[in-house]
Structure formats: C-alpha cells, structure tokens
Design a protein around this ligand. Sequence first.
Ligand code: SAM
Length: 305
Amino acid sequence: MVREGWCLRVPKSVGEKQRLQLLREGRLDTSLLLRRDGADLLLPVKEPCGGCERALFEEVPERPDLPRHDLVGGIAVLLEPDAGVRGAELLLGSRPSIHTVLLPEGPVEGEFRTRRFSVLAGTPTTRTSYTEYGLRFEIDLSLAYFSPRLSGERQRVLGLMGKGERVLDMFAGVGPFAITLAPRAGIIYAADINPGAVGLMLANIALNRAGNILPLLADAARLPGILPPGFDRVVMNLPFGAVGFLDAALALCRPGGAIHLYAMVGEEGALAPVIREKGCRILGERVVHTYSPGEWLAVYDLRVE
Ligand code: SAM
C-alpha cells in the first residue's frame, strides 16, 4: 500500500546518520519505508517540521505474529498447539528454509527419548538437514532424539578439552557431541541403544569426515564389559537417568578424568550428595536451559577422584 506522509530530504551520504538520529528522537515514521529520490534519501517523519515536505511512501508490510516454535534445520516444531493449521502455514511462509511444520503429539518418551508428531504444513516428513557451527547433521525427529538447544554446551565442552583425549559419549544419539568434539579428540567412542540414532550417527560421521569416532549400538550399562578403561572424558547426556549410569562411567573414566553429567533438576545441588558418594568432585554445576516451571536441565562437571 502507498501512503502520503511528511518526510525530511537529506543527501544519501548522511542518510544513515540522520535516520538513526530521528529514530533516537522518536520522530522517524517506522510504518513507512524510506526511499531514494535522485541523490537524496526521503526519511518519513511522524510530524511536520521545519524543512519537511510531503511525499508518497510504501507502507511497511505487516508481519504477522508467528507462533512460538523451535527450529531444527528446515523443520519448525510448534510450541503452541492452539496456533493450529493457520499458525503452521504462517510459519511455513515466514522463511524459505522451512519445509515442514510439525506439532508434537506427546512428550519425549521411552528409552529412545523420541516423540510422535503430526505434520501441520509443508512436506510430510520428520527428516531434515541441520547445520551447527559449520557441522552438518541429518536429523529425523521421530526416529532419534535431537535438540539444537545444546549447541552452546557442545562448544563449551570442546573448549575444555585437551588435544588427543580419549572420549566416551555414553548416550550419543545422532552424534552431535561426538562430532563436535572429534577435531580435538584422539578417539571417541559414541554409544546409543537406539538403532535409528546409530544409523543417523553413521551418516553424520561420514558427512563430517569424523574418522576418529567409533559408533556403538550398545546399552551404556554394558560398556564397562566391552571397552577398555582409562577415558579422559565422558559425556553423559541422559537427563532423566544419567545418574543411574554413573557407576559405569566411573569404571571407564581414569582417575583425574572429567565427566559431564546432564540431569533434570528442580533444586540447585539436588544431585550433589549422590555424586559425591560415588567418589566424584563437583567442579561446577550450571543451568543449561529451563525445562518447565521449577525444573531445569543442569550440567555437572565432575572430576573422578
Ligand atoms: N547426546 C545426544 C544429543 O545431545 O542429541 C542424545 C541425547 S538423548 C537425551 C539420550 C540418548 O540416549 C537417546 O538417543 C537414547 O536412545 C539413548 N539411550 C537411552 N538409554 C540408553 C542406554 N541405556 N544406553 C545407551 N543409550 C541410551
């Protein structure tokens, strides 16, 4: 839509400076798009002022409020079920990269930590490609767990690593921790009990040419009977059950080695007594993200004593 309004005519060379000045003073009319006129810029203003003139402007198109969602590659996962098909279609049209909008049909559940979805808009698939810090991942949200919310954590752990470490990822999923840590590691053993996750992990190892990762389809509880001990670092990302596998991690981690244990807690220090009882020193406890009111994902950085 085109609308007539007041504007200030300024040379292009000082246009951005003037625009910011008007914005700071609250005088810029942000409902209209500024435009060029020869060597000048026309900056729309809310009120007539000295030196102002009238001109025609395009109106800024209204941006519909998008429903809350998580974005995993080309898939938007709706966090507001009430948004319905209309909200899903708005999301689909909001970015060219979104190919599918999914609605969760239930919570993350079961041993594989997966959930069911219905497709509300776009291509009927739960599979997508996702890029994180230059690494590429094939994801299938109904086949294997994946959360982009841990991307910062993966980088943090990478920053703590020494060159050439022997690393164990006990609950590796499609491999995001293992593949992030691989460039600094000597070798990484990455286990998961879900064959779908291990299949995707194999594809992701190949995609990222992470030749020092050994994927294992295995129950983490059985790893002490399969793997040689002496790991420098163990990642335990099973937020509702990692503590139950701490004995297995301790059997595999060398004295002085590091364990990163992710757990859902509702109180700071909730797991400290049980962790200390197992013979670990807590180097730090941090909030990764909130999960529900009064409950958050915490990471405990541990040193094996
Ligand atoms: N680390 C991955 C990530 O950050 O995306 C996946 C984490 S997901 C919360 C937990 C993973 O642990 C799931 O892929 C699930 O299949 C796997 N899992 C659950 N119980 C397991 C067990 N006993 N042994 C090995 N893997 C297990």
